[in-house]
Design a protein around this ligand. Structure first.
Ligand code: AMP
Length: 186
């Protein structure tokens, strides 16, 4: 008889541990309070320490103007490419835990924040659940998402659109590059 504990609750997706099932995902990193660049780098370190997540590369780092709510500090933005054996919901749990560990308070929509982590792409999955919309609904509209994503992989397709087309049709905003290199982790 097997000694394995019986599975009694399958309401939460179980982490996939089989390496063959690892998924490539892209996470947008943003911050505009505290020490934004330090917080972005620290979030990447935290993510790389999580079971089921390996960081592949962090894009160049940009400064962008706030949108939605414009009377707040400029944002520092980057994109992180990972491989993960977690489900998208499990990944979101970890992102929210790391946001809280970095002093994130959920006060207002579009408001200032010490750390914002959003799942932009999760393999080629389309997800529309109560907690998650993937591809991220605002991704294709914003230069601070598309540009760092294209830094990492300019062959990506989001929905019906190639990343190169998206780049060409974006309204050009005034982003400044503050770290002009891609950082590779493996
Ligand atoms: P925000 O204030 O931008 O951090 O939004 C957080 C909320 O967006 C959370 O309640 C998430 O459940 C929800 N959400 C929906 N889709 C996504 C996504 N692709 N990545 C991260 N959060 C998401």
């Amino acid at each position: 008889m097997s000694n394995a504990a019986p599975i009694t609750d399958r309401s939460t997706p179980i982490a996939r541990t089989d390496k063959a099932h690892s998924v490539k995902a892209f996470i947008a990193l943003g911050a505009n309070l505290g020490e934004p660049l330090k917080q972005l780098d620290s979030a990447v370190v935290s993510l790389n320490q999580q079971k089921g997540i390996s960081c592949i590369a962090m894009s160049k780092v940009y400064i962008s103007k706030p949108w939605g709510k414009t009377d707040q500090p400029d944002f520092t933005n980057a994109m992180l490419e990972i491989n993960t054996t977690l489900s998208a919901e499990q990944l979101l749990d970890i992102l929210q835990k790391i946001e809280l560990e970095h002093g994130r308070e959920r006060k207002e929509h579009w408001g200032a924040r010490t750390l914002d982590l959003d799942i932009i792409l999760f393999g080629d999955e389309t997800i529309n659940s109560q907690r998650l919309t993937i591809p991220h609904p605002r991704a294709i509209e914003r230069e601070f998402v598309i540009k760092p994503l294209a830094d990492l992989d300019d062959t990506l397709v989001i929905g019906q659109h190639s990343i190169k087309d998206l780049l060409n049709t974006l309204p050009v905003e005034t982003m400044e590059v503050i770290r002009d290199v891609t950082t590779y982790y493996c």
